[in-house]
Design a protein around this ligand. Structure first.
Ligand SMILES: [Zn+2]
Length: 74
């Protein structure tokens, strides 16, 4: 069991949740940042950007208690 060195990817994965005290499956949620929104507004390509993972970070949360565990950054 490894603690504190989890590297998060873009997809749900197993990770240690300190709140649950065990390994759980993470729940991912794409995080649109301000720059992404500005680009969307300026270009009108929002639907393309929202379907493209290249501009988004991903938050990982515990699927059991929703504690924030980390995020994946490109
Ligand atoms: Zn948990």
């Amino acid at each position: 069991m490894s603690h504190g060195t989890t590297v998060f990817g873009p997809d749900p994965q197993h990770a240690y949740c300190p709140n649950c005290g065990k390994n759980v499956m993470t729940h991912t949620e794409p995080k649109l940042n301000l720059i992404t929104w500005l680009i969307c507004l300026l270009t009108g390509f929002w639907c393309i950007l929202c379907c493209c993972d290249c501009t988004k970070d991903v938050d990982h949360r515990c699927s059991v208690c929703a504690t924030y565990l980390g995020s994946y950054k490109r």
